[in-house]
Design a protein around this ligand. Sequence first.
Ligand code: ATP
Ligand code: MG
Length: 407
Amino acid sequence: MEEHFSELFKESGIFANREVLSPHYIPQHLLFRDKQIADIEKAVTPSLRGERGRNLFIYGKTGAGKTSCMKWVMDRIREIPVIRAKITYVNCRIYNSRYRVLGKIASDHMPIYAKRGFGVTDIYEKMINWIEEDGKILIAVLDEIDMIRDLDDLIYTLARANSDMKSGGITMIGISNKVSFKDVLDPRSLSTLYENELVFPPYNSVELASILKDRAASGFKKGVIEDESLNLAAAIAAREGGDARFALKIISKAGELAEERGSKAIGTEEIQEASKFAEEDIAYEIINTLPDHQRLVLYAIAIMSTHGSRYKRLDQGDESFLLSGDIFSRYSSLAESLGKEPKSSRLYRKYIADLEMQGIITAYESGKGIRGHTRMIKLSYNPSRVKEVVEKGLFKEGEVEGYIKPS
Ligand SMILES: Nc1ncnc2c1ncn2[C@@H]1O[C@H](COP(=O)(O)OP(=O)(O)OP(=O)(O)O)[C@@H](O)[C@H]1O
Ligand SMILES: [Mg+2]
């Protein structure tokens, strides 16, 4: 036994508490976010008093601390002994439709109606009765709200509930990291959701260094990681958009590398190396959650970027781009070769817009003269790596070689 699982029982020389370094961990103190926390608290105070407050929209880049601050405030709210407000926290990555969000509200507060077989209208009516019975306020926190497929319908439904109810109400708090999110919303939904707006700025390298230092102090054993390494990790993450999650990933991966190597400390080489892993990790996670056809579009882009038809954009120096129309033809033939019906060009354009929103590609509108008016597209990550990731996630073994040959 000991012989076989010796690693399992060996005490780590590097980590004191791995949990603290995980992105899901919410620290007791969220640094540099006093103002944002106070703003969220101010925004929910009317609801806590039993009045219908204004809806709130929270925006900020990934890793800016939106989810952590929201959850931190929710924990404080739960400590208040007597309040009329009820909270539902919805991770819209999982509950990604109006039906699922309503279902989540039901399962949190009216579990008997969360079973299958109840339709949207049933749940809607039960929810209204439940709110009206004692005039409570439901605070619906919709995290990653941009993931909801029929968001306009959901916002309309919740707004409609507010006007239908004789007492009580619903306050919505939407959270997103997508810049172009506003553009895809119906103007009416927009004005409903944006009654209040709160922006989380990205962290700079000094702030990231303090955040890391704080976590490292309880995550690592004493003396394992030096300030120099922490500062480097902070600088790398600041350059990548001020993402605290990315910064934490770097130091915890660097810890693993040091442990594997039997080192007693995390040096700057481990940090450098870990940052490459961390970046890959993040792209990988995003790509693996994309719908199949969108992944095929991405696959076409990756293949074409490694080999295929390139277009040199004159005013962008050495950078090369793909033409949107070329990608669409390539995607269509890929889909066909896999026995799948290609999606329409309208849907294809939506896929491209989504990929752009997720930062996986950059798209430019070509100027006049370049084949009329077309979009020019560039992959944000290493094409061969993206290709590999899609292949692993999307194809059964052997399928790739059998069907798809790069031209
Ligand atoms: N001010 C802070 N102090 C300490 N840790 C922080 C702070 N801000 C963020 N973190 C840590 O960074 C990680 C990412 O934060 P969080 O999940 O809140 O980001 P987010 O803005 O919700 O990002 P996304 O848009 O990707 O969901 C978490 O592990 C969190 O604990
Ligand atoms: Mg979040």
